[in-house]
Design a protein. Sequence first.
Length: 97
Amino acid sequence: MRFLPYNRNISVKLIEEEVVDEGPILLPAEYRPAAEPYTVVCVTEEGAAGDCQHIWQPGWLLVVEAQMIRTINYEERTYHTIAENYVIASLSAYERA
């Protein structure tokens, strides 16, 4: 089955961050770590909807508003999308002079 985004949505893959284990740390039971407002995702092979204002290439790394990522579960598969207007920036190895 192929996942095709519509309505200015981009199909993305979440990037797992490495967690460094620094040993046991005691925290109160009600403690919840603060959520980061932004995260980095990768554009999938499915790419973006045809009506997007920008051409989003598979493999591009995008900085997006973390809380706006949509998760869709269907037939034991998980898909993620982000609306184009929640993309803050792209990351590139290219440095401008």
